[in-house]
Write a new protein. Structure first.
Length: 81
């Protein structure tokens, strides 16, 4: 599975309780559309760290890095993933 596929799966899993059945697209504004809340954002960060072996510092957990799936992928690319 590629990093791109993994990101989509991780987000989909993390938002199940907040937005069950949400149609996730690469450019869907996850925070603005309330697809992701603070708890599911922490789940996303934890899963990214565990599944992809990336270290995400607290200061990097910013809306701009997690506003869309595309933004998450771009953020991970800056970390070599």
């Amino acid at each position: 599975m590629t990093t791109q596929d993994s990101v989509l799966d991780i987000v989909r899993s993390a938002v199940q309780d907040v937005a069950p059945g949400a149609e996730l697209t690469d450019d869907l504004p996850l925070i603005v559309e309330r697809i992701i809340d603070s708890l599911s954002l922490l789940k996303v960060v934890t899963r990214l760290e565990q599944d992809l072996g990336v270290r995400i510092r607290d200061v990097e957990v910013l809306p701009r890095n997690f506003e869309t799936i595309t933004a998450i992928r771009a953020f991970l690319a800056t970390k070599g993933h």
